[in-house]
Write a protein that binds this ligand. Structure first.
Ligand SMILES: [Zn+2]
Length: 169
């Protein structure tokens, strides 16, 4: 994705109120972020780790989604899980179920969409082999890195579409 500014980031959020948007904790210094290797910018709020954000380009528009991580169930600690955006297999602590309120009235009425994602939101690094998952039996995928990047972008696009869909109703 392209370099973005803090003001652009803050203005990008589509599924929260104006007050929430003003309070979102932005990630560390953007000057140190290598945007060339990111399909989306994702981060957890260091002060409220159940909150997370995902910002990406959708066409020529920057779209930010606020997310909330679900509390872990004890049962999930025993099995590996897969990120539904980048398809990386993790030990269960490496994947979290995030829910995103829908944009617009549907979200204000309490509707949300949930998806399993890399808990650190670094899918872009996993698909490029720049970060390794802690899963023991890593899946042997037959597709190459460029295809994994394409698939990640498609999945992120679908997720954004799901969050925005309420605006079409
Ligand atoms: Zn992922």
């Amino acid at each position: 994705m392209n370099q973005v500014t803090e003001a652009e980031l803050r203005a990008s959020f589509v599924n929260c109120t104006r007050g929430e948007r003003a309070r979102i904790a932005l990630p560390g210094p953007l000057a140190t972020v290598d945007f060339d290797r990111l399909d989306f910018l994702g981060w957890r709020d260091p002060k409220a780790p159940d909150r997370a954000c995902l910002v990406t380009q959708a066409g020529d528009r920057l779209v930010g989604i606020v997310l909330r991580a679900a509390a872990k169930s004890a049962k999930s600690l025993t099995k590996s899980t897969m990120c539904s955006l980048c398809m990386t297999l993790h030990a269960s602590s490496g994947v979290a179920l995030f829910s995103a309120p829908l944009a617009g009235a549907a979200g204000r009425n309490g509707n949300s969409v949930g998806t399993y994602m890399c808990a650190d939101l670094q899918c872009s690094l996993y698909v490029r082999g720049l970060r390794k998952s802690d899963a023991i039996g890593r899946m042997n995928e037959t597709i190459d890195q460029a295809e994994r990047v394409d698939r990640l972008r498609r999945q992120v696009g679908l997720f954004i579409d799901n969050v925005l869909a309420s605006n079409l109703v």
